[in-house]
Design a protein. Structure first.
Length: 137
């Protein structure tokens, strides 16, 4: 759990676990260790959706266990992402719970079914693979 937390508490590591086609780039100055109230600004390119500024606030940190990133400005109407590290048996589980609302009302709900959900599934599958890579070193 300590190794997983050490990796996740550094906001710069988000770039290392984000698919390359999203052209993710942090543009704000960030510390090596996140803290409650940290504002992170980055640019992200959403395939078929263009390049967006995304600003999140890090909050509700329980050191060694969990934290939240909540969108302040970005492509969603609402984005709340809970991250948790949990020990179960001899394994460390990394749990992501995301609550979000797509933009564009009815059109956004249609896009969610056709595209957004699949894209988020792909991103989180990639993150799982990359986290396993970095944490198994």
């Amino acid at each position: 759990m300590e190794q997983a937390w050490a990796f996740l508490q550094n906001p710069a590591n988000l770039d290392r676990i984000t698919p390359e086609d999203l052209r993710f780039h942090i543009v704000s100055d960030i510390p090596a260790i996140m803290h409650n109230g940290l504002i992170v600004e980055y640019r992200i390119t959403i395939p078929l959706g263009g390049t967006h500024t995304w600003v999140t606030e890090i909050k509700h940190i329980r050191i060694g266990h969990s934290f939240v990133d909540e969108q302040r400005l970005g492509p969603y109407r609402f984005w709340y992402h809970y991250h948790e590290i949990r020990q179960e048996n001899n394994e460390v589980l990394l749990i992501d719970k995301v609550m979000y609302q797509p933009p564009f009302g009815i059109l956004g709900r249609l896009l969610h079914h056709l595209y957004i959900r699949k894209t988020l599934d792909r991103i989180f599958a990639y993150r799982k693979e990359r986290l396993h890579f970095y944490l198994s070193k």
